[in-house]
Design a protein around this ligand. Structure first.
Ligand code: B3K
Ligand code: ZN
Length: 864
């Protein structure tokens, strides 16, 4: 069912000039009084959104008169809101009082309780579960908030903006007021109340304004927020340096919450975070956790300009803030760490999640034109592909013009709710170029496939590279038009250098393929040897390259490459082909030349350990689904393990030498040490692929000086499924029983690598908690999205192990339920037995009754 269409957009016919919210907090029955100053822009009824609210009173005052009770004949209530049938034609004040029950709110949208504290989540449409309001991003208003609560239980009372009056009230209650001078849409509203420990710090903006920083966490956890604080300060500085954007309030707070539906939320001046992305120290968090904290803190902070000061006109424009902000956080991470390594990691994520989405029934364009459930639009396509589009824009116009366009965007649209068209108009004004064709990228779903054919004419020393682009039809979009595909390219001499053509210097160049077919022709000086062609360097376009090269040709290309991304990617392509060949049985053992080449590449990269670690990486089973149909995850996973064992054998001397050395100490989460540990972890994982390393792994587990290595050893032991596995799992549980975030890792290692039986046991574990999304994801999502051989078992055992849990999770929390349902997005690609079981499971879930959110995913999965 399509609920909303972009084409139906109309502006809200009223402006809300100011809103005052007064909360009397009580877990069972919180009272919310909302007073809005309204100016009508036309005539007609006034619609306010509202869900799960009990209306206590409604009063209205025309300008100059006092509030008086609105007679029932002047308004109508339904399940989704309230309509004032005949509001005054001039400015008026509207006051509503509602009651809500935060403790009954298991959807974690609106005002809810987590760990005994109040917190909110309003994006996209949670504010309507707090009070009656035009809950849409183009209605921007200034918010003043008063919070009253029992002082002993809720000593800290927080909201957006800067603190105002505060003090004590009768019978042990107290209050605090907050004022947010910046106009904002309701989805950026936030409130938190409870008892916390606070890590405090300060920051001075480039123009000298002081900012008080605070991170609010569980009692006793303040020290573990230090990395988040450090990341915040670096983000604030980076946005000043890279974009000239300063923070705009005297206070910036972050609150860590245990029960949260996703990573974090950029509420104005009061970011709310999943505690997994705040708390870290060497004993309890891995380097990947530290890295994720750094990038999510940055992402939410960067939203202050790209999202908050300038927001979206409607939710179809979500990529306007998300794609752009992901682009910004990826560049921040690249500046903090290694740019090529960051690029490779971003592409791994893009291919694993977004390419899969684009190739299945949930495919949609970066800016869709309709949706049934807005929560389901927070996708890899909107975020990750959205970021790629900004990256292509910058590559095509250059970083100077990109900055000019961004400056103009900030200047022109500050304080507004805008569209993708508004954004591109700034770049058209800054560069004089027309982006009409480029904007097709936003409207067309699917990943373009670029076919490359080369021919060499020795007589004339001419190399011709034929390029064509094709995008497969997606649901509702049978025919695709060509998009501009910027391919960063170079001619390679095979000796580590570049070749010049007669009309082109040796430097890498950008070639933009903007038609269905085109040719690049390179004339070389007479007598030249045939050069090799390096294409889509640095993954300059989010496309799939189809090049019919033999294994030897590919190996030669990898050896000749001068671009680190392409060196890695060339090997990945070979590795993918090798796993597919091993899986279909046409070859029984891994090709020694390939294994040797991987070994050689790793040995050559030991000076850049994070890069070397990536060279040992094998693509996940899910990434291989797209390469050959039907997909047989059981065979793919077995083939993957064979190749892993061969690489482990090839690198045996390097592995033992590296692991014999001590891990860097004292521990520092920064890039340099993390890079060394990344290679150590990669090597530990390779050991897990060998049948004979249990003793070594158990020693590594026991002596691991930090969580990064402890967890790698635990994983490797779990994969090897041999001696030591049970001992390590039991030890880990005993050691970390009290720390929920660490226990999430214990659950996820077993669900991600074990059997359907393991998953049943984990679900029955006393610490499995259906109300805690992190815990549910660490079992169900880890199993269904990372352990594809077990989840898609041909006998259906994997589906049956999690079916009931998905239903129960969905009943309590539709956003979570829908997210888990996306595990079925690739089911049509499966071999027939698993495919039939998957379809059966989907149909049983639908018949059992899903939330509208989960139903949207299930029905698209079944239809597509
Ligand atoms: N904007 C939030 C995501 C909200 C998801 C709502 N279903 C976090 C982020 O992207 O920064
Ligand atoms: Zn975001």
């Amino acid at each position: 069912p399509v609920a909303v269409r972009l084409a139906d957009y109309t502006p809200y016919p009223f402006s809300i000039d100011e809103v005052r919210l007064e909360f009397r907090l009580d877990p069972a029955a919180t009272q919310v009084r909302a007073t809005m100053k309204v100016t009508p822009a036309g005539s007609g009824p006034m619609r306010l959104d509202g869900e799960a609210l009990t209306l206590k009173s409604i009063r209205l005052a025309a300008e100059g008169s006092a509030l008086s009770i609105l007679p029932p004949s002047d308004y109508a209530l339904d399940d989704h809101g309230l309509t004032l049938t005949a509001p005054p034609s001039g400015p008026f004040t509207l006051e509503t009082v509602v009651e809500i029950s935060p403790e009954k709110n298991t959807a974690l949208s609106g005002l809810y309780i987590s760990g005994g504290r109040f917190c909110t989540q309003c994006e996209a449409i949670g504010f309507r579960r707090i009070t009656y309001y035009p809950d849409r991003p183009d209605v921007m208003s200034s918010f003043r908030v008063r919070i009253e609560a029992e002082k002993a239980k809720y000593p800290h009372l927080l909201s957006n903006g800067t603190p105002g009056e505060a003090g004590d009230l009768e019978s042990g209650w107290h209050f605090a007021e907050w004022d947010d001078p910046h106009k904002k849409p309701a989805y950026l509203f936030a409130l938190c109340a409870g008892e916390y420990d606070v890590l405090r710090d300060s920051f001075t903006t480039a123009s000298g304004a002081p900012v008080d920083l605070g991170i609010y966490v569980d009692k006793g956890e303040a020290a573990r927020a230090a990395w988040a604080m450090d990341s915040l300060k670096r983000s604030m500085r980076w946005d000043e340096e890279a974009y000239g954007r300063e923070y705009d309030l005297g206070v910036f707070n972050i609150v860590a919450v245990r029960d949260f539906n996703f990573g974090a939320m950029e509420n104005k001046g009061l970011n709310i975070f999943n505690s997994a992305y705040v708390l870290a120290d060497e004993a309890t968090a891995t380097d990947l956790d530290f890295e994720a904290i750094e990038s999510i803190v940055a992402h939410e902070y960067f939203h202050n300009w790209t999202g908050n000061r300038i927001t979206c006109r409607d939710w179809f424009q979500l990529c306007l803030k998300e794609g752009l902000t992901v682009f910004r956080d990826q560049n921040f991470s690249a500046d903090m760490r290694s740019r090529p390594v960051q690029r490779i990691k971003d592409v791994i994520k893009l291919r694993a999640r977004q390419f899969a989405e684009d190739a299945g029934p949930l495919a949609h364009s970066v800016r869709p034109d309709n949706y049934a459930a807005i929560d389901n639009l927070y996708t890899a396509t909107v975020y990750e592909k959205g970021s790629e589009l900004i990256g292509m824009l910058r590559r095509q116009i250059g970083s100077q013009d990109f900055r000019k366009g961004m400056d103009l965007y900030f200047e022109r649209h500050d304080g507004q709710a805008v569209t993708i068209e508004d954004f591109y108009a700034c770049f058209e004004a800054a560069t004089g170029q027309d982006f009409a064709q480029f904007r097709r990228w936003y409207a067309q779903a699917g990943t373009p496939e670029i076919t490359v054919e080369e021919s060499w004419d020795a007589a004339s020393s001419t190399l011709t590279v034929k390029l064509s682009q094709y995008t497969r039809p997606t649901h509702g979009q049978p025919v695709k038009k060509p998009v501009p595909v910027p391919l960063l390219s170079a001619l390679l001499d095979g000796k580590g250098g570049h070749v010049a053509a007669t009309d082109r210097a040796a430097e890498p160049f950008l070639y933009v393929l903007d038609t269905e077919q085109a040719e690049m022709v390179f004339r070389l000086p007479a007598g030249s040897a045939r050069p090799l062609v390096s294409l889509n360097r640095d993954f300059s376009a989010p496309v799939r390259l189809k090049r019919a090269l033999s294994r030897d040709e590919r190996l030669a290309l990898v050896r000749a490459e001068t671009d680190p991304f392409n060196t890695w990617d060339g090997l990945q392509t070979l590795i993918k082909e090798e796993i597919l060949t091993l899986a279909d049985g046409s070859q029984t053992s891994p090709d020694t030349a390939l294994v040797g080449a991987i070994g050689q590449a790793v040995r050559g990269a030991m000076g850049d350990p994070a890069f070397a670690a990536l060279l040992t990486r094998l693509p996940d089973v899910g990434e291989l689904f797209l390469e050959r149909e039907p997909a047989d995850p059981v065979a793919l996973s077995a083939a993957r393990r064979k190749l892993q064992a061969a690489i482990a054998a090839e690198l045996a001397p390097e592995i033992s030498e590296t692991l014999a050395k001590a891990s860097p100490a004292p521990y520092n989460p920064g890039a340099e040490q993390a890079s060394i540990r990344a290679l150590r972890s990669a090597f530990i994982m390779l050991l897990g692929g060998r049948g004979d390393a249990a003793g070594t792994l158990l020693d590594l587990y026991r002596n691991a000086p930090n969580m990064t290595e402890q967890l790698s050893a635990l994983r490797a032991l779990t994969v090897s499924a041999g001696a030591g596995k049970e001992e390590a799992l039991a030890d880990f549980e005993a050691r970390w029983k009290q720390n929920a975030l660490v226990m999430d890792k214990w659950f996820s290692v077993q669900a991600g690598l074990g059997t359907a039986e393991d998953v049943r046991r984990l679900i029955a574990h006393p610490d499995f908690d259906l109300r805690n999304p992190n815990r549910v994801r660490s079992v169900v999502a880890a199993f269904a999205m990372q352990n594809l051989a077990a989840f898609h078992a041909p006998d259906g055992s994997g589906y049956r192990a999690v079916e009931e849990t998905i239903l129960a999770a969905d009943k309590a929390n539709p956003a979570l339920g829908a997210r888990l349902m996306t595990a079925f997005e690739q089911w049509r690609l499966l071999e027939p037995k698993a495919g039939a079981e998957a379809e059966g499971c989907l149909k049983r879930l639908v018949a059992a009754g899903l939330s509208p959110n989960a139903m949207d995913i299930a029905s698209r999965a079944l239809d597509g």
